[in-house]
Design a protein around this ligand. Structure first.
Ligand code: MG
Length: 210
């Protein structure tokens, strides 16, 4: 069995507080019920268009285009065209760093384990999410879906990450709060750790490294 050399971590919901809490707060701020967002996304895809969130995360549409698509799809549902500007800013206002997981990254680095970040993200949000913690101090490599035109759980984004760090899948731990992303990582041979809460994820990573 080859030794584990690297911990690859997700960003949102692992190194930060849970995203669903931030979405709930965002929806409160814009006054649109979560159900309506779901209906709007469904209406877009029923027209045969790709999922706008996936397009945004793959850097194929801008945040402005995403907001326009969503506002248009929400119009018949809400009876008026909503203002959904600064989607990202509002989301990030409700998101905080998760110190327990950031500490874990520092601890493993101290023990000589390499670290990388693999995030499904949005181009326009880069300065904002990077300002939440010292990303370049914590990670030697950052793979951001919006800049590589591919998102988790597509196996290609994991393969691209492994190529960049020059490691085999079994040499890497991968932490993510979305089970579908963990399943894809496990399929490729990485050691997936499904983040549910900080203490559990920390214990699983330490056990794999022991
Ligand atoms: Mg996440």
């Amino acid at each position: 069995m080859s030794r584990i050399e690297m911990v690859i971590s997700d960003f949102g919901g692992v190194l930060t507080t849970p995203l669903f809490e931030a979405f709930a707060s965002f929806q409160d701020r814009v006054g649109i019920p979560p159900r309506s967002f779901g209906e709007a996304m469904k209406a877009i895809m029923e027209k045969g268009q790709p999922n706008p969130l996936f397009e945004l995360e793959c850097g194929r549409i801008s945040e402005a285009e995403f907001q326009a698509q969503l506002a248009e799809a929400l119009e018949p549902i809400l009876g008026h065209r909503p203002e959904i500007e600064s989607f990202g800013m509002l989301l990030f206002e409700a998101l905080d760093p998760n110190p327990g997981m950031i500490d874990l990254i520092r601890e493993v680095r101290r023990d000589g384990i390499r670290t990388a970040l693999l995030t499904n993200n949005v181009k326009e949000w880069e300065a904002t999410w990077r300002s939440m913690m010292p990303i370049d101090e914590l990670f030697e490599t950052v793979v951001d879906s919006a800049f590589v035109n591919c998102r988790k759980p597509d196996p290609r984004i994991y393969q691209l990450t492994l190529e960049r760090v020059q490691l085999e899948p079994e040499q890497c731990i991968f932490i993510d709060d979305m089970e579908i992303n963990i399943e894809a990582a496990n399929e490729l041979g990485l050691h997936g750790v499904h983040f549910r809460e900080t203490a559990q994820a920390r214990a699983e990573v330490h056990a794999l490294l022991a």
